[in-house]
Design a binder for this molecule. Structure first.
Ligand SMILES: [Zn+2]
Length: 138
């Protein structure tokens, strides 16, 4: 993520499903800032996630969950819900984000102002010239 700005709303509802499995229904709405892969500027991104997870206590139990239920493995000392929220958000983030074309163009046009001074480096003295001078002095 490009910065820590943003807001996250998370709703977690614990219940039991029709087969008496402990489940949690997770609904996340987040506004985060990510980096546009085209202009490399920060861009806002809204993410929403809704997912149902099966709560289990061991890997063995996790393996027995039906395919459509992602396991939430709860450690003895209780589950770190914030960690869970973060994991779900990371999964929901698109691997690459781009501004809407119009927003992105706006930023790109700012960059096409006075040309970058890339050529300046050529004016730097070549360190090998100095060596050449020293050799002559020998
Ligand atoms: Zn962009």
């Amino acid at each position: 993520m490009a910065s820590d700005d943003g807001s996250i709303q998370a709703e977690l509802a614990f219940s039991r499903d029709e087969e008496n499995r402990a489940v949690v229904d997770l609904v996340l709405e987040a506004n985060v800032s990510v980096t546009c892969q085209r202009c490399l500027q920060a861009m806002p991104l809204a993410i929403s996630v809704s997912n149902r997870l099966g709560i289990v206590w061991t890997d063995e139990q996790a393996r027995h969950l039906p395919r459509q239920l992602d396991p939430l493995i709860a450690p003895e000392e209780g589950c770190d819900l914030w960690y869970l929220v973060e994991e779900e958000l990371i999964l929901a983030l698109p691997p690459f984000s781009y501004h809407d074309t119009e927003d992105c163009k706006q930023i790109l046009s700012d960059f096409s102002g006075p040309a970058a001074d890339e050529t300046q480096g050529e004016k730097q003295p070549n360190p090998f010239d100095v060596l050449a001078q020293l050799k002559k002095g020998d």
